[in-house]
Design a binder for this molecule. Structure first.
Ligand SMILES: Nc1ncnc2c1ncn2[C@@H]1O[C@H](COP(=O)(O)OP(=O)(O)OP(=O)(O)O)[C@@H](O)[C@H]1O
Ligand SMILES: [Mg+2]
Length: 278
C-alpha cells in the first residue's frame, strides 16, 4: 500500500497520475483499478459508453468523491491527503449545466471569480480577459438563461478557469451541441491552452472531436481502460483505413457492460439541458 501511494507521486512533467484507482458502489466497480498519467499541456480524452465510469473518475480526481482504493495525484498533490491543495489548482466543468440562468454572463463570471478566490483587485481584469478568450465579450451583459447551448458551455468553461488552474476537468463539455457550436467550444479551448498552458481532461461521446482535438485518449469500458494512446496509435491497432469510431467499436464494443441504453436519470438530464439551452 505504501508503495502504491509513493507511485502516485508524479514525475516533473506528469500533471495527473492515477495508480490503481477504484470506486465501488455496493457490488458495482464503477472504476476498477484504473491507472493513467497525463503530461503537462496535454488534452487527454476519456471516451466510453454510458456507465463506463468516466464521470466517476473525474469526480474522484476533482476530490468530489473519495476513491474506494488506489491513489492519484493532481498538480503534484494527493487527492485524498491534500484535497484543498488539489482544489486550488483545478477547474471543473460538470456534466450537468452549472451557470445561473438568472444572472448575466459577466455576473456569473464575477461570482466564480469570488468563489475561486481571485483577489478582488484582479477580478474585473481577469473576467475581461477570459470573456475575450472565450469569445463572450459581445454577449457578456445578456442573461445566461438566454444563451445558446454553445455560448453557455463557453461561459461555464470560462468560469472554471478564472483562477488559472493547472488542470481543467471537463465532463462532456460539448454534449447536445450542434456541430458548429461544438467546433467553437473546441476552438476556444485551444485558445485557452495557448494563453494559459492548462492541461485538460475531457470526456466526450463524439469520436470525431476526440480524434481531432485530443493528444491522447483512454477508451474506458466497465471502469477499466480498454485501450490508450494517440488517436493515430488507436486507429493503427485496427487497420490502415480505420477511423477512431471503428477502433472504438472493436476495442470497446465487445467489452462493454451493455449499458448503451440511456437510463431514466440520464434522459431527464439531457432534457433539462436542452430546455435550458433552448
Ligand atoms: N452515486 C452513485 N451511486 C451508485 N452508482 C453510481 C453512482 N454514480 C455512478 N454510479 C454508477 O457507476 C457507473 C459509472 O457511472 P458514470 O456516471 O461514471 O459513467 P459515465 O461513463 O460517466 O457515463 P455517461 O456517459 O452516461 O455519463 C454506472 O453504472 C452508474 O450507474
Ligand atoms: Mg458521465
Amino acid at each position: 500500500m505504501a508503495a502504491l501511494q509513493q507511485n502516485a507521486q508524479a514525475t516533473a512533467d506528469e500533471v495527473v497520475r492515477v495508480v490503481d484507482i477504484s470506486k465501488r458502489f455496493g457490488r458495482l466497480a464503477a472504476v476498477d483499478r484504473l491507472s493513467l498519467s497525463i503530461k503537462a499541456g496535454e488534452i487527454f480524452g476519456l471516451i466510453g459508453p454510458n456507465g463506463a465510469g468516466k464521470s466517476t473518475l473525474a469526480k474522484m480526481l476533482t476530490t468530489l468523491m473519495p476513491p474506494s482504493s488506489g491513489s492519484a495525484s493532481v498538480a503534484g498533490y494527493d487527492i485524498v491527503r491534500q484535497p484543498r491543495d488539489v482544489r486550488r489548482r483545478i477547474g471543473y466543468v460538470p456534466q450537468t449545466l452549472s451557470a445561473d440562468g438568472a444572472l448575466s454572463g459577466v455576473e456569473n463570471m464575477m461570482l466564480s471569480a469570488g468563489l475561486y478566490g481571485v483577489p478582488l483587485s484582479q477580478q474585473k481584469r481577469r473576467v475581461g480577459e477570459i470573456l475575450a478568450t472565450m469569445g463572450l465579450l459581445d454577449v457578456a451583459g445578456r442573461l445566461a438563461g438566454k444563451y445558446s447551448g454553445g455560448l453557455l458551455r463557453r461561459l461555464e468553461i470560462g468560469q472554471s478557469v478564472l483562477h488559472r488552474p493547472a488542470v481543467l476537468f471537463m465532463d462532456e463539455p460539448t454534449v447536445g451541441l450542434d456541430p458548429s457550436a461544438r467546433r467553437s467550444v473546441w476552438t476556444h479551448l485551444l485558445g485557452l491552452r495557448r494563453a494559459y498552458g492548462a492541461t485538460m481532461l475531457v470526456t466526450t461521446h463524439y469520436m470525431e472531436e476526440a480524434e481531432e482535438y485530443c493528444d491522447r485518449i483512454a477508451m474506458i469500458a466497465n471502469g477499466r481502460i480498454a485501450a490508450m494512446g494517440t488517436p493515430a496509435e488507436l486507429k493503427a491497432k485496427i487497420g490502415a483505413d480505420a477511423t477512431l469510431e471503428d477502433a472504438f467499436e472493436r476495442l470497446v464494443g465487445a467489452k462493454s457492460r451493455g449499458e448503451f441504453e440511456i437510463g431514466y436519470d440520464r434522459a431527464g438530464e439531457d432534457r433539462r439541458a436542452s430546455q435550458q439551452h433552448g
